[in-house]
Design a protein around this ligand. Structure first.
Ligand code: RAM
Length: 331
């Protein structure tokens, strides 16, 4: 080999050595949320970034529609397929509507998981629930019942009417009502679409329609803030207790002013962090998407998939006057 050829060969090897590891590590994981501008998802994004930094070589693409609709998410999934991302981790606005687009993604070799709000099993490989669905259902009713020793009328202000997670929690809540909370009378369930204005109007509508209402249960961080603001503005503190699932940083003011006695939530930062760990492990083949499989979720622990390839991360925490200040500084 001539000196020149040798030099080229060495240069080529050096270039290959330099380039190969970088591209092999360049994994793109899209974190698709129900809608942008929601503090809960911003916290999950923070956790996703933490996981990406910890694992290394991952680019997190944080995206979602401006309003919480399946149509908006379908457009986003199609564009992620065109961008040839390695994985899509989605919190879905509808369990079924997204299935065809996500199936197309999987057909193209893209890893698909749902987290927070699931898609039907045929549209994803794994689903990560924040907590056990029955436990969340019972928790949201208990949060209201604990402050209504004699029972009373309560109403639910949910997110969108097709949201997989809220619908599952409400179904679980309705299941435990007759036996465990016989004095609690669920008078209505309305939908604020995780939109501040619609949630505000729905909360006002509940108050106008049900004069004996004693609690509004909003299993959505957007709805719970809207309801507590309405109760505050309409001078109903002490008459209507607002509860549900709330982000302490957004909700602390309503524990402080008495519009709410207590709320609950899991750690949204850990949820986004765990979603990235799962997606990464499936892309690399470190984990398999099959019933019984155990998948590491880094410092949060590990999950074991059930027969539907779903698992839950952790139990919800309760926030009240004693601890909301401390948690409000974290998420
Ligand atoms: C809202 C969203 C999200 C849900 C939380 C509790 O931010 O609807 O999906 O998990 O509330």
């Amino acid at each position: 080999m001539s000196v020149l050829k040798k030099l080229f060969a060495t240069a080529a090897i050096t270039a290959a050595m330099f380039v190969a590891p970088a591209s092999a590590q360049d994994m793109k994981i899209a974190l698709v949320v129900k809608s942008l501008g929601n503090g809960f998802f911003d916290a999950a994004h923070k956790g996703a970034q933490n996981a990406a930094e910890e694992i290394g070589g991952i680019e997190v693409i944080y995206t979602g529609p401006t309003s919480a609709t399946a149509e908006g998410q379908i457009d986003i999934v199609n564009s992620l397929i065109a961008q040839q991302v390695d994985a899509i981790a989605i919190s879905a606005n509808d369990p079924d509507a997204l299935v065809p687009a996500l199936k197309k993604a999987m057909d193209r070799g893209i890893t698909v998981i749902s987290w927070d709000s699931g898609v039907a099993p045929e549209g994803r490989q794994v689903h990560l629930n924040p907590s056990d669905t029955d436990l969340i259902g019972e928790t949201i009713i208990k949060l209201a019942a604990d402050y209504l020793p004699e029972g009373g009328d309560v109403a639910i202000l949910s997110a969108s009417s097709t949201a997989t997670n809220q619908n599952a929690w409400i179904a679980a809540a309705e299941k435990v009502l007759p036996e465990k909370f016989p004095n609690i009378n669920l008078v209505a369930t309305v939908y604020g679409d995780d939109d501040a204005v619609k949630s505000t109007n729905e909360a006002k509508g509940l108050i106008a329609s049900y004069p004996d209402l004693e609690a509004i249960i909003a299993p959505t961080t957007v709805g719970v803030v809207a309801a507590a603001q309405v109760v505050t503005d309409e001078n109903l503190i002490g008459k209507i207790n607002v509860t549900g699932l709330a982000l302490p940083s957004e909700f602390k003011q309503f524990i402080d002013n008495g519009a709410s006695q207590a709320v609950a939530l899991w750690n949204p930062i850990d949820l986004g962090y765990s979603a990235i760990h799962i997606a990464h492990a499936l892309v690399t083949g470190e984990a398999k998407a099959e019933p019984g499989a155990t998948i590491s979720i880094g410092k949060v622990g590990e999950i074991t998939l059930d027969d539907t390839n779903s698992a839950a991360m952790a139990a919800p925490f309760k926030f009240d006057k004693s601890n909301i200040e401390e948690f409000s500084k974290i998420y």
